[in-house]
Write a protein that binds this ligand. Structure first.
Ligand code: AMP
Length: 396
């Protein structure tokens, strides 16, 4: 199969779908450049192979047509600096001027197209729109893992116009390789750690992981739905009543599949949802009526870290408590550190989902885990076992 490392880019115009959906402040300055930085190796690889690059992306959620605050022109200076090439900008992603600019590109040059989502056809996966985009280049490359779970014009539909010349960029390749390593080349014991606010967003992940993992650790707000369903008193902690049956089903399923399910035995409770609330340790099943659990307790941390440190494959998604508040960040920090220690001992660790990634960065452990996925929703859907349209479009 053709890929970014074996393809001859000489004199080719390569249309690359990137994820430059970066946050901008009110002065239109980029406040987090991670997504742009991540795409630089892919762009440089094409340029050094003698090709030219046409970058296409979305930015934000424009409602109808062009809007200044969602214009990709704001990122041109930073992008040019990072690539080391003066990036040209087409103020419309299709139409005559984009066509002319694309046609005039020489090897080594880069053109950035204006926000794809200024056209509603993008998110609708409109084929005629995809065809217009496709007409700008000779090769299609998808390097936007963050939107790989969407069947949009530029992420999936466009690929059909390049039956012989389509491939992933380095970000996509890396994401898929690392998630596959966890799901399909698993060294045992395999431990999945799930946290975050709700059970509702995690049910399919649990179902797909159940026949793969040896240990399943559940913390965060979602633990209280389980504890309550199993007869505990959880006070004012976060619960989802409609999911009690689902929670019990998961507990039962774990038993049947021989999966060790670890739920917290203790929790840090607070008398209000604030960092300076009164707090104390409580048994997780006997939380007083007016209190709420905002973190896992010391006994739970001890048990969880022991399981994590004895694992060879680790998947972590979701914080153990309200880690944005320093007084309830202990559990999340301890788990992040345990994952780092396990990695040091040889385990493969994959961290995914916005909040666990934020936690790993907050504690300076990014380089101490095996892989941090930037995929968000796409990563979760891939772990759920779903086929991603952006992946399918390339590998057919
Ligand atoms: P999610 O998007 O489902 O991964 O949830 C992440 C959010 O869950 C974070 O903002 C945490 O503050 C929140 N969270 C974690 N533990 C709790 C808890 N015990 N009670 C309420 N929210 C929590």
């Amino acid at each position: 199969m053709k890929n970014i490392d074996n393809y001859n880019f000489n004199d080719k115009k390569v249309l690359v779908r990137v994820d430059f959906n970066v946050p901008l402040n009110e002065k239109f300055e980029i406040t987090d450049t991670t997504r742009i930085d991540a795409a630089i190796p892919t762009i440089k690889k094409i340029l050094s192979g003698g090709g030219s690059v046409i970058l296409m992306s979305h930015l934000g959620r424009p409602k109808q047509g062009p809007e200044e605050k969602f214009s990709l022109k704001h990122i041109v200076p930073y992008l040019s600096k990072q690539i080391g090439v003066s990036v040209k900008f087409a103020d419309d992603c299709i139409g005559d001027s984009a066509k002319k600019m694309a046609a005039g590109l020489q090897g080594g040059e880069v053109l950035l197209l204006e926000n794809l989502r200024f056209y509603k056809e993008e998110a609708k996966g409109d084929e005629a729109f995809a065809k217009k985009l496709a007409s700008l280049g000779d090769v299609y490359m998808n390097d936007a893992f963050g939107t790989a779970h969407r069947a949009h014009a530029s992420t999936a539909v466009i690929a059909k116009f390049f039956p012989e010349d389509k491939m992933f960029g380095y970000i996509m390749e890396n994401e898929l390789k690392n998630i596959d390593k966890v799901l399909h080349e698993t060294k045992r014991p395999f431990t999945a750690i799930l946290g975050g606010a709700k059970v509702s967003g995690k049910i399919e992940i649990v179902n797909n992981l159940m026949n793969k993992v040896d240990n399943l650790i559940i913390g965060g707000g979602m633990m209280f739905t389980f504890i309550h369903a199993m007869g505990g008193s959880v006070g004012k902690s976060l619960i989802e009543d409609e999911l009690f049956e689902v929670a019990l089903h998961i507990v039962e399923g774990a038993k049947q599949m021989g999966v060790n399910l670890y739920l917290p035995v203790d929790t840090i409770i607070a008398d209000k949802f604030e960092n300076d609330a009164n707090k104390k340790v409580s048994d997780v099943k006997t939380i007083p009526e007016d209190w709420m659990g905002l973190d896992i307790g010391p006994e739970s941390i001890k048990k969880f870290t022991e399981v994590i440190e004895n694992s060879s494959t680790i998947l972590w998604n979701g914080p153990m408590g309200v880690f944005e508040m320093d007084n309830f960040a202990n559990g999340t920090k301890a788990i992040a550190e345990a994952v780092a220690r396990a990695t040091e001992k040889g385990a493969f660790s994959l961290i995914g989902g916005g909040d666990s990634v934020a936690a790993i960065n907050k504690y300076g452990l990014k380089d101490k885990v095996s892989y941090v996925s930037t995929g968000g929703g796409a990563m979760l859907e891939y772990i759920e076992g779903k086929e991603l349209p952006g992946v399918k479009a390339i590998i057919g």
